[in-house]
Write a protein that binds this ligand. Sequence first.
Ligand code: CP3
Length: 343
Amino acid sequence: MAARPLLLRALSGETTDRPPIWLMRQAGRSLPEYRALRARADDFISFCLDPEMAAEATLQPMRRFALDAAIVFADILLLPRALGQEVWFETGEGPRLGPLPSIAALEREAAAASARLSPVGETLGRVRGALEPERALIGFAGGPWTVATYMLEGRGSDRSLARSLVFSDPAKVEALVAVLTEATARYLVMQARSGAQALQIFESWAELLPEDVFERLVIQPHAEIVRRLRQEGIAAPVIGFPRGAGALVERYGAESGVQGVGLDVQAPAALGRRLQGAVAIQGALDPLLLRAGGEALGRRVEALLRQWSPGPYIFNLGHGVLPDTPLAHIAAVVDQVTAWRSR
Ligand code: CP3
């Protein structure tokens, strides 16, 4: 019988001889083979919604590096598009979104949205069929608040408009987050049924929220998503990544119901250890250090391994791989982590 994937063991709270490793944004522009594949697609969204191409992009980093998990190639902004808001990517400038549909219109589309995203399910099925059984497959969605910031702002930004609306029009923001919570739960159920063995919620813009707002717009929606998954019979563990939450990540770990908590580059060692009493932790190597490489990189990897082993710990970055990261640096970190033993 094939060994249970190390990632799933860590997420069920087991301490492991070495932590599993995968990297956020491991698929993508740092890989020349990705850039070649991307050049064949008309635009980024059609690439994400083409199961053959998306499965290939998912598998590319798995062929190159001894990673313990693959993450499905998709994007957090596929969901607003499936809910009826126009989304496109300006080359070199990032995402752009059309006018925000009314809440009523979004609510009408919430049930149909995950069916429109069935190509992502098909990608997951293809990848699961091609991936070795010891390597786990991760599905994902954006956190409702993070996705709401893009829908409200119409682009990537400093989120000051969305954060202002929290106070000037709280009913609108809460209604939007509620629709997204529902649609995200359905989308993640579909991904789990299609082959995702773990699910990550990327709450990339959890920073700068006061505690009561963080509770209402991050902790409670994530708890609701986990509750809905379990209600639908989905047992797959959930990793929540409230990037920038700072000290609030402790409340997040205790109250959101997730099995794993992603930590960003600032997370103190002691905070991670406290969280490990309740959940698996994931992170928190600085992508800038991964790009810079050298002896400092090796020393930091060793320090992270020591401070958070024997776990439960999942080795990862504190944010995504930067496009101009030398591949030799990624290979060196994967080698260092997979060769390491806590005892
Ligand atoms: O991790 C992986 O390898 C899987 C694929 C993945 C992508 N986006 C592919 C992508 C994942 C997990 C994401 C998540 C995502 N998308 C987040 C959360 C994580 C984070 O970085 O904070 C966010 C905020 C987005 C929204 C998004 N998508 C932005 C802001 C951009 C433009 C900036 C950028 O990083 O390129 C994208 C585009 C995007 N998503 C690309 C890729 C490979 C580049 C598009 C291209 O190849 O032309």
